[in-house]
Design a protein around this ligand. Structure first.
Ligand SMILES: C[S@@+](CC[C@H](N)C(=O)[O-])C[C@H]1O[C@@H](n2cnc3c(N)ncnc32)[C@H](O)[C@@H]1O
Length: 271
């Protein structure tokens, strides 16, 4: 495993140890009561065009499993959630049990090392909010997705738009709420983002182990998906943020996107 990936595993596990009290503990209640909790209405609209009946589905970088468990409501036969953080995966298993969902399992592993037993297993592989940023190179990541999909299976991504990485976030010195058209970071940034103050949405701030993440451009994403033998069938861009700040919403920036790609028939080896 690459050093930065091992580092991220330790940082995510530490963030879980520092989680806000009862973070994720009551997700099962929403799973029992609500239809497709945890998803934006635009994502639900897209899900409604897909037939999940009897399908085998997966989420890569599933965190505490809330989204995959929610998606199981649409009739999939089996689900598998993969995430590198062992303690967060334990919470996913606990939530599944409390919500009475017994056809969805969770595996703690690095996505790039998902065992071959899962190759050609899935009809649907999903990444959501803040998932692909943890990989320096998208080619092996999407190759693993392609390996795990059956022919005709779908890759589904709902994530921050790469343009978000150009904007200063509230709390950063360059952020100015009166001047929201400032571009601070390069779209083509190649150096990693290094963060050492916890994981905002799940934990308090503390001097944390190092989180290392990466910017990717839209062409990085499309080219890596295509190179792995998947055909983009739909892409949507939205002018609202899905988890960091609403400061830039509806101001003309693309802040989130959704992409669906279909795994093509593998070419026969010659000779
Ligand atoms: C921001 S979270 C995803 C949150 C999820 N979309 C949600 O809303 O619940 C990103 C997840 O990626 C996981 N992760 C980071 N690097 C990984 C890797 N190499 N393999 C598997 N999981 C990884 C982290 O442990 C973390 O749970």
């Amino acid at each position: 495993m690459k050093d930065y990936i091992q580092g991220n595993k330790e940082a995510w596990e530490e963030a879980f140890e520092h989680r806000h009290s009862d973070w994720g503990e009551r997700n099962y209640e929403r799973l029992l009561k609500e239809r497709l909790p945890f998803f934006h209405s635009d994502v639900i609209k897209e899900f409604e065009t897909i037939d999940f009946t009897d399908k085998t589905i997966a989420q890569f970088c599933c965190n505490n499993g809330r989204e995959l468990l929610s998606l199981m409501q649409l009739g999939a036969r089996n689900g598998v959630g993969f995430d590198i953080a062992e303690n967060i995966i334990e919470q996913a298993r606990d939530t599944a049990q409390k919500a009475g969902i017994d056809n969805c399992i969770f595996e703690a592993c690095n996505i790039l090392e998902i065992p071959e037993a899962y190759h050609h297993e899935f009809d649907f592989v999903m990444f959501t909010i803040g998932a692909i940023t943890w990989f320096d190179d998208l080619k092996p990541l999407f190759q693993k997705v392609s390996d795990c999909l059956k022919t005709g299976g779908l890759l589904f991504i709902h994530d921050f738009h790469p343009v978000m990485n150009m904007l200063p976030m509230p709390g950063e010195p360059d952020f100015d709420e009166k001047s929201l058209n400032k571009i601070v970071y390069s779209y083509f940034r190649s150096e990693p983002w290094i963060e050492n103050d916890g994981m905002g949405y799940m934990s308090e701030q503390y001097p944390s182990k190092t989180f290392t993440s990466f910017s990717h451009t839209i062409s990085d994403i499309i080219n890596a998906v295509s190179a792995a033998g998947m055909r983009v069938v739909r892409m949507q861009e939205y002018d609202y943020d899905i988890g960091l700040t609403d400061a830039y919403d509806k101001k003309g920036f693309p802040l989130s996107y959704l992409l669906v790609a279909e795994k093509q028939q593998e070419k026969q080896q010659k000779g």
